[in-house]
Design a protein around this ligand. Structure first.
Ligand code: FAD
Ligand code: FES
Length: 265
C-alpha cells in the first residue's frame, strides 16, 4: 500500500443518489493506491471544522485516475461537500486504513454486507472480487440493508454480484435486517465482509460464530485526527498471537477492517 499524502483532488461530478446521499467522483492519483475498504480524509474549508472527515472509497476508476465517494450529509463538513461542483478542488488525505483482506476471499463464496451508509466501501470490494481485481472469489452476493425503498447503489451492486435487499419497512426485498435476509433467502457463504452500524456488526459477528464462518467488519466509528495521533477511536482487541491478552487498537490506523473475532464490540 502506498504512502499517505495530502493532495488536491478535482471534482469530476456530483449527483444526488437518494435524500441526503451524495455521489462524488474525484480525480486524484490516490486512485492508483486505493484498496477496497480504505478511506480518505476530506478537509472542509471552513476553518472552524479543521479535521478531515473520513469517507470510504466506494469505487475506483484507474483509467480516469478517479475515486468515487458516496456520503450522507449529517453535519457541517458533509453539508459543505455537497456544495462542490465539477471543476472545483477539494483537499483530501489518503489513502487511509487497511481495507478488506481480499486474499482471504480467493476462490470462496463471499457475502458483502452493508447497512445504510455502510454500503459504499463494499461496492469496490464486490467489483474486485467478481473478477475485476487481482483476487477472484468463487461467488459474490451483496446483502444490503436500507430503511426504505431508497435503495441507493443497488444497480451498481447488481453489476458485480447477486443482490439481496432487506428494508426496515418491507418496501423492497425482505422486511427486516440483513441477517433476516440471509436466513430467509438461504444465502450460504464462507466469508462475510461487512460495514454498517454497530448493532448490525454485532449481529453479523454472532451469525458468523453460529455458522462457523469468517467475518471481516469495518468499524466506521467516530474519528478525529484519522492518523493515529489523538486516540479518539480506540477499540478493545484480542491479539491473534496471545489469546489471553486484551489491548486497545486505533481503528483509524490499525483498521477500520478487523476480523470480527479479534475485536470486542
Ligand atoms: C473509516 C470511516 C469511513 C466512513 N465512510 C463513510 C462513507 O463512505 N460515507 C458516509 O456518509 N460516511 C462515512 N463515514 C462517516 C463520516 O465520516 C461522518 O458522517 C462525517 O465525518 C461527519 O462529518 P460532518 O462534519 O458532516 O458531521 P459532524 O457531526 O459535524 O462532525 C463533527 C466531527 O465528528 C466526526 N464524525 C461525526 N460523525 C462521524 C461518524 N459517523 N464517523 C466518524 N466520524 C464522525 C467528524 O469527522 C468530525 O470530526 C465514515 C467514517 C469512518 C470512520
Ligand atoms: S482518530 Fe485519532 S487516533 Fe484514531
Amino acid at each position: 500500500m502506498g504512502k499517505k499524502k495530502k493532495t488536491e483532488a478535482k471534482v469530476l461530478s456530483q449527483a444526488i443518489l437518494a435524500e441526503g446521499i451524495y455521489d462524488l467522483w474525484l480525480e486524484t492519483d490516490l486512485a492508483m493506491d486505493a484498496h477496497p475498504g480504505q478511506f480518505v480524509g476530506v478537509y472542509p474549508t471552513n476553518k472552524s471544522t479543521l479535521l478531515p472527515r473520513p469517507i470510504s472509497i466506494c469505487e475506483v476508476d484507474r483509467d480516469r485516475s478517479a475515486i468515487r465517494l458516496v456520503y450522507r450529509v449529517v453535519g457541517s463538513g458533509t453539508a459543505e461537500f455537497a456544495l462542490y461542483q465539477p471543476g472545483d478542488y477539494m483537499m483530501i488525505l489518503g489513502v487511509l486504513g487497511n481495507g478488506f483482506p481480499l486474499t482471504e476471499a480467493a476462490g470462496k463464496k463471499v457475502v458483502v454486507m452493508g447497512g445504510g451508509i455502510g454500503g459504499p466501501p463494499l461496492l469496490q470490494t464486490a467489483k474486485e472480487l467478481s473478477g475485476k481485481g487481482d483476487v477472484t472469489a468463487a461467488s459474490v452476493t451483496a446483502v444490503m440493508g436500507y430503511r426504505n425503498q431508497e435503495t441507493f447503489l443497488a444497480d451498481d451492486f447488481r453489476k458485480y454480484s447477486e443482490l439481496v435487499i432487506a428494508t426496515e419497512d418491507g418496501s423492497v426485498g425482505t422486511k427486516g435486517n440483513v441477517i433476516d435476509a440471509m436466513r430467509q433467502q438461504n444465502v450460504e457463504c464462507d466469508v462475510i465482509m461487512a460495514c454498517g452500524p454497530m448493532p448490525m456488526l454485532r449481529a453479523i459477528k454472532a451469525y458468523a460464530q453460529e455458522k462457523g464462518i469468517k467475518a471481516y467488519i469495518s468499524l466506521e466509528e467516530r474519528m478525529a485526527c484519522g492518523v493515529g495521533a489523538c486516540l479518539g477511536c480506540v477499540c478493545k482487541t484480542k491479539e491473534v498471537d496471545h489469546h489471553s491478552y486484551v489491548h486497545n487498537t486505533r481503528i483509524c490506523t490499525d483498521g477500520p477492517v478487523f476480523d470480527a473475532e479479534e475485536v470486542e464490540i
